[in-house]
Design a protein around this ligand. Structure first.
Ligand code: ADP
Ligand code: MG
Length: 390
């Protein structure tokens, strides 16, 4: 799960990481009041969307006075911000962060993330921070420093000190950098983050280290232990079908193809997408209904698949282990009737009570094509999708 910069900045502050004072606003008048409350300018007004690259896209603007802050907020609020990360459709900006502009002496990059290959949390830092970090990573990778963190020892003072040295920080700056790194690591672990990123980490006019941007992603699988974090979710920023799927506890990822997939188990779901591709088709989604799908879940899954207008055919590929095929079949029939499904359904059922399940499907009178096995199902689904598209 992603959160907004203003929310991440509040968490930074709670963990002792210095951030510019600021407030999130939803209207120009609020921006003016927020700037006035901050005191003397200059101010910075920043679009709050779940995307980086806002600076280059016109989503970060400076203002000298509260009145100007209101004008800049008016420009930003309601705009569709198209960044490198949003895709061409962009994101509508509903909130802006008004904060004190810090005087930038130097900009650094600093982040913590999980490196799957090393099975460790890693800290990544660079003295070439700011809006060009992607270019730096591509063209001058030697400017990116990485250190591995031992999960037992945690981030040690000497590691942080060494990193500060590699970044070329002064002794006084390193004295601030060490607790900053330790606080960030504590935040990362305690809140089950998958990414904590400060870009830029600024050395300001007074020589202090300030996080001028704040980005945090959380591990969805750990959200159950952080109700305070789960509350920060902004559904406006999420793919609506994925939000809907989360309500039914389904793992759904929208894709570009025309064959809707309903599968139980993540491994089988991936294999299903592969086999569709192998037969020349293209999946419209990844959908894992889980090992304990109920009729309600199946109905929920159907409604999500059908909401995707690209879908021309639905391939249901179920292996009944714990889950019984007859229960699934009943769920499929009930949902297909309720939702008046018109697209052809190709169904492959295997495992516990498969015969009973197949009987229920064949007697339902619905437009259901039975598949003998997975390959047969994929082949039929690809053919039907092609015919429907012709
Ligand atoms: P993004 O990463 O989405 O482009 P940032 O928050 O990093 O957005 O802002 C872009 C740039 O704007 C930063 O690299 C920094 O130079 C400048 N900036 C952002 N916040 C401040 C601030 N509070 N004071 C001064 N400059 C800022
Ligand atoms: Mg940034």
């Amino acid at each position: 799960m992603k959160i907004h910069e203003y929310q991440a900045a509040a968490l930074f502050k709670a963990y002792g990481v210095r951030v510019p004072e600021g407030r999130a606003v939803a209207a120009p008048a609020e921006a003016e009041a927020a700037a006035r409350a901050l005191g003397d300018g200059p101010f910075v007004i920043k679009a709050q969307v779940h995307s980086g690259g806002r600076g280059k896209a016109g989503g970060v603007k400076f203002a000298q006075t509260p009145a100007e802050a209101a004008r800049r907020a008016e420009e930003i609020l309601g705009m569709t911000l198209v960044t490198k990360q949003t895709g061409p459709q962009g994101r509508v900006v509903c909130k802006a962060l008004v904060s004190r502009a810090v005087q930038i002496a130097r900009e650094y990059y600093l982040s913590l993330t999980v490196d799957g290959a090393r099975e460790r949390v890693v800290m990544i830092a660079s003295s070439a921070g700011g809006m060009e970090i992607e270019e730096t990573a591509r063209e001058a990778p030697e400017k990116i420093c990485t250190l591995e963190i031992d999960p037992y020892l945690g981030l040690t003072g000497y590691q942080a000190r060494e990193m500060g040295g590699r970044l070329g920080l002064s002794r006084a700056e390193i004295q601030q950098f060490i607790p900053l790194c330790k606080n960030l690591y504590r935040l990362f672990v305690e809140k089950d983050c998958s990414l904590v990123e400060i870009n830029p980490l600024v050395v300001d006019g007074a020589g202090d280290l300030v996080a001028a941007d704040a980005k945090i992603n959380f591990d969805d699988n750990a959200l159950f232990r952080h109700p305070d974090i789960a509350e920060l979710r902004d559904e406006n920023e999420e793919e609506p079908r994925e939000t809907e799927a989360a309500k039914y506890d389904l793992n759904y990822i929208g894709l570009d193809g025309d064959i809707g997939c309903m599968v139980n188990g993540a491994g089988l779901a991936m294999a299903t997408m592969d086999i569709i591709q192998a037969f020349g088709g293209s999946p419209a989604n990844f959908l894992d209904v889980g090992g304990s799908a109920t009729a309600e879940k199946v109905a929920g899954a159907f409604s999500i698949l059908l909401a995707d207008r690209k879908v021309r055919c639905i391939f249901i590929n179920i292996f009944g282990g714990i889950m019984r095929c007859d229960i699934i079949a009943e769920g499929v029939v009930a949902a297909a009737r309720n939702l008046a499904v018109k697209a052809p359904l190709v169904v492959r059922l295997e495992g516990t009570n498969a015969e009973a399940g197949k009987r229920i499907l064949s007697q339902s009178g619905l437009n259901i094509v039975a598949a003998a096995d997975m390959a047969d199902g994929a082949e039929k689904a690809c053919r039907l999708a092609k015919e429907a598209g012709a």
